[in-house]
Design a protein around this ligand. Structure first.
Ligand SMILES: NC(=O)c1ccc[n+]([C@@H]2O[C@H](COP(=O)([O-])OP(=O)(O)OC[C@H]3O[C@@H](n4cnc5c(N)ncnc54)[C@H](OP(=O)(O)O)[C@@H]3O)[C@@H](O)[C@H]2O)c1
Length: 312
């Protein structure tokens, strides 16, 4: 487990070494060596992929298509039993067949609408029943949807569906899965947020706010449960080639036309890797890393202008 304490110790070590070397008038290249080598060695050790004890189940929400389906494949490929989830039963059945034929693992699916207030609880109960005695060690909160346009033009149904799916269900499902993970002292939670989580987004305001919620919740949760053996990773992709753009009515937005678009398989692979390496908050490619960096440096009024431009 990568802990916040280790990071703090790392910085303390760097500070003490610099102070001691300065006091002893040590040559600067020895100082660099004394700081860089141990810190790099520690970072390398901490960032090596850490696997959970298999057999274990991974529950991937929103895995009937797109990033979720590719993530489910990453888990199956690496020996996890997989529980797929989505609303479209035909696509779920097809994915179940394909993954169980390709990889020698159990693949099940749960068809459930997360906009239903009881949806998350029902998924959890069905997943526990499927897993039986095998631990449900990984939860991937990937299901999500957006809607483009001004808030006053969006239907009540669309707004509540986004809020329930992107925030309420994600929180409830996480809350339900945590006690067992804490009891076993191991578990992994992967939340798929978005670069949208770092700025307010005119013309997709509910979606952008919901992703800001996911980023904030994930960071706070990491602090609460990391020392209890549960790793929480939050991955923030930029534009990805999936059904999302058409589903959200944002096909013509600059976001999906003027920026490079990552493939869903690559995004899933990066997210899987981030989870296994215990990265807490990360982008899914170079573009998303740059976007987050730039957006964080912009004054608030500029962020609004940038977001309004990419959303139209
Ligand atoms: N594509 C992008 O550019 C992009 C960028 C950043 C972040 N993301 C995030 O990535 C995640 C996956 O999206 P995607 O791009 O892979 O889009 P996608 O292909 O449309 O997949 C969305 C998945 O979520 C499921 N889902 C949506 N609403 C649901 C609901 N109410 N109840 C149950 N399942 C629901 C869908 O299931 P059904 O189709 O079976 O209903 C589908 O499996 C989302 O959280 C999205 O916000 C996407």
């Amino acid at each position: 487990m990568r802990s916040l304490t280790l990071d703090a110790l790392c910085w303390l070590y760097v500070l003490c070494t610099v102070i001691i070397c300065a006091a002893l008038h040590v040559q600067y290249y020895w100082v660099i060596l004394a700081v860089i080598v141990p810190v790099l060695a520690l970072q390398w050790t901490l960032s090596r992929p850490k696997k959970l004890i298999l057999p274990a189940y991974a529950l991937v929400t929103g895995s009937s298509s797109g990033i979720g389906l590719d993530l489910a494949e990453c888990f199956a490929k690496n020996g996890y039993h997989v529980i797929l989830h989505g609303r479209n039963e035909d696509r779920l059945k097809e994915a179940q067949l394909r993954l169980s034929e390709l990889y020698q693992v159990s693949v099940h699916y749960i068809a459930q609408d997360l906009a239903d207030p009881m949806g998350a609880r029902e998924i959890y109960e069905k997943a526990k029943e499927i897993a039986g005695n095998v631990p449900l060690s990984v939860l991937v909160n990937n299901a999500g949807l957006g809607s483009g346009g001004s808030l006053y033009n969006q239907s009540m149904e669309s707004i509540t569906c986004q809020i329930h799916t992107n925030m309420t269900a994600l929180t409830i499902l996480t809350r339900l899965c945590l006690p067992d993970m804490i009891l076993r002292k191991h578990g992994k939670i992967l939340n798929i947020a978005s670069v949208a989580g770092f700025l307010p987004g005119p013309y997709a305001s509910v979606y952008f706010s919901s992703k800001a919620f996911v980023v904030s919740l994930s960071q706070a949760l990491t602090f609460e449960v990391e020392h209890l053996g549960v790793d929480v990773s939050c991955v923030c992709p930029g534009p990805v080639h999936t059904r999302f753009a058409s589903q959200s009515g944002m096909e013509s937005a600059s976001l999906f036309n003027k920026l490079p678009i990552q493939s869903s398989a690559d995004c899933a692979h990066q997210a899987y890797d981030a989870l296994m390496r215990g990265k807490r908050l990360t982008g899914s490619d170079l573009l998303s890393h740059i976007c987050v960096l730039v957006v964080r440096m912009l004054p608030p009024s500029w962020r609004l202008v940038v977001a309004s431009l990419i959303n139209t």
